[in-house]
Design a protein around this ligand. Sequence first.
Ligand SMILES: *Cc1c(COP(=O)(O)O)cnc(C)c1O
Length: 344
Amino acid sequence: MPDVADFRSDTVTRPTPAMREAMAGAVVGDDVLGDDPTVKELEREVANLLGKEAALFVPTGSQGNQIAAHLHARPGQEIAVGENAHTYDWEMAGLAAISGLQARTLPAEKGRIDLEAARGALRPAGGHRPACLLLTTENTHNFHGGAVVPLEHLQELREIAIERGAKVHLDGARLWNAAAASGVALADYAATADSVMTCLSKALGAPVGSVLSGDADFIAEAHDVRKMLGGGMRQVGVLAAPGLVAVRDQRERLVEDHERAAKLAEGFLRVADVELPYGLPETNIVFVRAVGRDANALVSALERAGVLTFATGPDTLRFVTHYDVNDHHVDRCLEAFNAACSSN
Ligand SMILES: *Cc1c(COP(=O)(O)O)cnc(C)c1O
C-alpha cells in the first residue's frame, strides 16, 4: 500500500498491533443478554473516567447523541444546539426523524454557545411555544476548528440550564482532545452535563465504537433505545477490547497530534493569501482558507502528491491529524499545499 498522508479525518486510523491482539484474545458473551465481560469493563472504565454512574457502549457517536436526545426530550419539543453542532448538522436530521424534535440553533463562537441566547431559548411550554428543555454542547468543537470550549463556559451554561430546569447533553466525540490540550480533568467537563457521548473511533484510534455515560437510570433506559435503533450487538467484546486499549494507551499521545496540527497551521500561514478561519488550532483540526483559490482544485492537486483532505467550502479545506499521521506526512502536505497554491 502506498504511504498516503491521510488528513481527511481521525476516523481513518487502523487498529494498532496492541488493539488487534486485544481483539483476538477478548473474552466475550452475548452483550444484549448482559453477558459480555469485556464490554462491561469498557463501560465501567469510561464511566469512572467521566465520574458518571454508568455507561453504554454504542456502535457510533451519532447513535449515542441520538439516544441522549430521545431520552432527555419528548416529541414536539425543542432541543437547543450551537450553530454547526454535529448532532444537528451532521446526523441525517436524526433529531427530527427519530425523536420528533425541532432544533433551535444558537449563535456560537469557537464552540462557545452565546450565554444570553441560551438563557432566552431554554423555557417551558406556553403561549403557542413548545418547551425547550434540552441543551447540547460540543467539546472539542469539530466545525469550529477543534476548538476547546473552556470549562468555565460550560459551567455557566450548566447554571443557566439548572435555572431553567433543562437537561444538558455533552457531545464529547473528542473530549479526550479537550482534556489533553487543556489539562482539565475529563470528569470536570463531564460534570457540566447530565449525559456525555465520547468516541473511541476518532482521535483514540479504535476501529469502532462510542460510549454514552450518565446516571444509572438514564443508562438503563438508554439500553432500550439502543435496542430500538438496532444497536444491540452480541459478542461485541471483540470491539470493546480495542476500545479499552484506546482509552488506556492513546490519551496521552494526543498532544503529538496537536503539535503536528500546529506545525501544519504555521506552514499554511507562510503561503500568500492563506488564512486560518478559526485561528491557530488548539487540538488536531485545522481549517484553512485559501483566498481566491478553488478548494476542490487544491484537494485534487494534493491528492496527486499523495495527500488526502476534504474541501469544506468554496475556498476552505479541513485537515485532521491522528495516530497514522507522522512528521513526514506533515512536511509532504506543506510542500504540496505550497506548490498547489503557487500554481493555482
Ligand atoms: C464524529 C462526530 C460524531 C459522531 O460520530 P460517528 O461515530 O461518526 O457517528 C459526533 N459528534 C462529533 C463532534 C463528531 O465529530
